[in-house]
Design a protein around this ligand. Sequence first.
Ligand code: NAP
Length: 305
Amino acid sequence: MEKIKLGQSDLEVSRLALGCMRLAGVDLEKAKEVIKTSLDLGINFFDHADIYGGGQSEVLFGQAIKELGVKREDIIIQSKCGIRRGFFDFSKDYILESVDGILERLQTDYLDVLVLHRPDALLEPEEVAEAFNVLKASGKVRHFGLSNVNSYQIELLQSYLEEPLLVNQLQLSIAHTPMIDAGLQVNMLTDGGVNRDGSVLDYCRLKKITIQTWSPFLIALDKGTFFGHPDYAELNAELEALATEKGVAPETIAIAWILRHPAKMQAIIGSMTPERLENVAKACDVILTRQEWYKLYLSAGNILP
Ligand code: NAP
């Protein structure tokens, strides 16, 4: 599997990551199978959050890794904190407390990357910087990143930090493309032309921050996948046609569409089905042409100026 450097670090990460949000929905044996399949496919990066399954995803992962005999240094583990019930919390004490809980559940001494999950309106950058310094000095966290943030939110926090933020985790699928729409529909009176996120895609490229794309198969978390969805008949037909032509599965094409973007994003795959993971891993070998990429984009109902 193709590897990329994560942000400005030397971490060599697989283009595809296993998203462990849905791990809590399977039992230990299935979790082991999914993790083993991922490792066999060359996936070395695992994305967690303290809230996935109320912590159960991290517990299962820690146990599975132990039983599979995986060496800690052979995998890259990222987790997130900052979302609490009914509010967001980037306070120093909460970040420190959260990391201790994460490490305990994962049965590990360190996180490769800690990500702050969703912007806290009451952010005090000095406090976050203090928390990061403590975590770095203690060896509990090696690198830091953000999730669901816009350009100025990154710029603000970064100005208080000693080390570069490595990642911004953002929602992107062929059926959810606001960061791409805004760049294509500049100066238009269209909904897609609204620059909601401060050109976050271009900003991350400029600053060498890796965009990690979450929910690459979904319309939205509450709307399910676009595969087989009646509102996305044209997209499904286009995915099927390209898949048949290239001898792969439609899921392979959906991920190849994300990987084709020159920002070199890392796709976070949430599937808990080993056969699907095997199909998706082939996406690294499918390089879509410009015409194919744009045709898929348009088939999802998007417009061009
Ligand atoms: P996803 O990979 O887009 O969705 C996975 C789901 O789609 C699974 O339930 C999978 O079922 C189903 N699926 C895939 N192909 C399908 C098909 N052809 N037909 C029917 N169902 C299909 O994304 P996700 O799991 O929502 O998110 C991926 C990761 O992103 C998470 O694990 C998490 O690490 C991260 N995430 C981050 C944030 C954030 O705010 N930063 C938010 C959400 C998620 P199977 O299991 O059967 O394959």
